[in-house]
Design a protein around this ligand. Sequence first.
Ligand SMILES: Cc1cc2nc3c(=O)[nH]c(=O)nc-3n(C[C@H](O)[C@H](O)[C@H](O)COP(=O)(O)OP(=O)(O)OC[C@H]3O[C@@H](n4cnc5c(N)ncnc54)[C@H](O)[C@@H]3O)c2cc1C
Length: 414
Amino acid sequence: MTKPISETIEPIEVAIIGAGPAGLMAAEVLCAAGYKPVLFDAMPTPARKFLMAGKSGLNLTHSEPMPAFSERYGERSSEITAALKHFSPKDVRTWADKLGAHTFVGSSGRVFPKSFKGSPLLRAWLKRISASGGTLRPRHKWVGWNADGRHKFVTPHGEALISATATVFALGGTSWPKLGSDGCWQPHFRDQGIEIIPFRPANCGFECDWSTHFKGRFAGEPMKGAVLSFGQQRLKGDFVISEYGVEGSAIYSLSAPLRDAIEASGKAVLRLDLSPDRSEKQLMKSLSKPRGKRSVATHLKRTVNISGAKAGLLRELLTPSDFADPARLASAIKSLPLTLSRTRPITEAISTAGGIAFHSLNRDLMVKTLPGTFVAGEMLDWEAPTGGYLLTACFAQGKQAATGAIRFLKDQTK
Ligand SMILES: Cc1cc2nc3c(=O)[nH]c(=O)nc-3n(C[C@H](O)[C@H](O)[C@H](O)COP(=O)(O)OP(=O)(O)OC[C@H]3O[C@@H](n4cnc5c(N)ncnc54)[C@H](O)[C@@H]3O)c2cc1C
């Protein structure tokens, strides 16, 4: 039970609600301009998702040239490009270097801090924000506005009311809610007439209806070096067979169109080339060699070097008569149809699509109908693949929103 609302209605010049990458960047920019922002976060410590991202190698940004980088944001490319003008992928690297997290470009063009971790960078970042006038108030869960437009928070000491001249919201999407971004802010924004496009999983795993035998034998097995095709997209990469279906980097890269296809027609058929280095003709010739007394598995391994999970997948998806026909088997190896029936739950996704619609915002990311209220990061309606594009856009929008807040605050004093 929370105690009644405290009587102290504290006025603050600029509040930042949500201390993830977007909120912290907004704080840094406001501090650099001489403001003393107060950061509120529901969790006991800030930026938990950022720290979680660092557990598997913190991919801060990508080194590819700008036009290609911008295209990663698909339909929101122009909105995110506007943010990237405030803080570009190059700026991300300079910024991290200055915080002592020297970066390097990996073989795929992705940019990481040399330690791969988020914690040293976050520690240095928080220290800098605090030294330049920012204050963090953890365990402050924002629960909406009161009738006077003041912010209502639930804290361990009861509820608190805070009025702020300008506010930057950076409350995140709805994946991994245990790290703080649980999407509970949505009804409060909807009540203000702000359109929110429903959140959907992005960079997520998918479910397939595996047989008990297949998942018992191959769940957890990697599928290396297959070529995955869906629609016009084709990529070579690795993924993992899981208990429920498939996940991993190559699957995440195609997850937006796969998810959209499932939404539209109830399923998505992904095509796998399990032997990208051989043509169908070469495969057929090899597979046509007499099998003799060898098992099908040994024949596959000896003739076309397919074994383990790849061979298991062929057995799972093909009929015995397909295996008896070298032409059909070769064709299946080159283009094996894998039906995906559902996305995994949003709570497991790396990121989310959906959020506050851009048409509700001006070029400073200020809510048009709520002067002084700015929004940034994954709570807005954009999505991107993994590769550092998510964090870069969050940093950039944090800076864009803070720059807008500074302009707004200056206008108030004119
Ligand atoms: C496992 C994993 C790995 C990832 N790896 C990468 C990677 O390598 N590279 C990359 O670019 N991206 C990666 N991401 C995605 C990236 O971490 C997110 O896109 C990014 O953290 C979003 O930043 P944000 O500031 O918008 O929101 P968040 O980081 O979600 O922060 C939102 C903050 O708001 C707070 N909050 C929410 N609601 C309230 C409320 N009502 N009141 C007060 N506070 C509230 C939360 O506690 C949280 O601190 C990864 C994500 C996951 C889950």
